[in-house]
Design a protein around this ligand. Sequence first.
Ligand code: PLP
Length: 371
Amino acid sequence: MRPAFKEALRELVAREETPFYAYDQAVIERQAKRLKDAFPEVRFFYAIKANPNPAILALLRERGFGAETVSLGEALKAYQSGFLPAEVVLNGPVKPPGWLKKLKAEGVPTLVLDSEADARRVAEYLPGAEVLIRVNPALAVHTHPHLATGKGESQFGVPPAALERVLEVARAGGLKVRGLHLHLGSSLNSPEDFATGWGLLAELLREFGPFAVADLGGGFGLGLKPQALRPLVRPFFDLVEEVWMEPGRFLVAEAGVLVARAWGVKETKRRYLLLDAGMTLFIRPMLYGVDPMVQPLYESPETGVFDLVGPACESTDVLKRDARLPVPKEGDALAILEAGAYGASMASRYLQTPPPKEFLFDGTNWQRVDG
Ligand code: PLP
């Protein structure tokens, strides 16, 4: 957390009830610049699933990002936020007729075909649409198993052996096939994974091309140096006219925190700190085994070790085990870090939880920006 942001957060928490999400605009701008500096020739589509907050969408649209979406709802949200259909990519393994009819009325994005059935259906409802075909590279990358979407067993993408058939179906149906798409997984920190996966995509572009577009997907982990991937991208410009990327987490994760208050300590066979936020607002620890970093927004001379738990009546509602923290008074607040991606966007209505409150700090002022 930047010191100026932490300071501002202390002021905010003094006047706002918790829980809430808070975002540091400067960090989103910094991450956007890091990507643009590393890949000045690439066209970026922000994966809005990471955080579809309208203020964040506006910020990234103003900086030249398109939007990558995986549902009708996300595509419509992108349109409402000012993205044009030509600036929107729609991914996902299932695109039911209802979605396609609505898109025909509201604007047709670039659709990423994920199977032969998908190709037939898109051709039937959106003849003439521009499409990419997502390939399944059958590659086991180094990340949590739930985040490794490019594995051979995963439900995403067309296996290379079936690519010719899907191309035929798409073209026979009158779709404009602009290129191929690949997404290897999320939170990838090893350039070798990208080297292998993108190398495979390059081979397929050569074998089945020529194509206009290579979409390299997202998945950039927070520890990854975009510059390290630069040499891997250059060869694509000998194969296609445009290279696209779909970063999500990298742009927004570090910009966001979830702020919760502690409302007591409780001892069973373990020692718990009882918080007013948990799995309904931030499910990544339970879903992906994330062990979040936590920063106290209070001071105390004494230190303790606690399991941080939320208010749900579910034994899985544990945000973090064995957190070493200054011992809080009731009502003291702490910040769960790196919560800007897949935090608020994954908040659920379970237990009648209202949508999270969200605030954006522009360096001077806080703005309430609920999604
Ligand atoms: N593109 C596609 C097709 C995805 O499925 C995802 C995430 O699941 C992303 C982009 C964004 O991934 P990340 O947030 O890891 O960059």
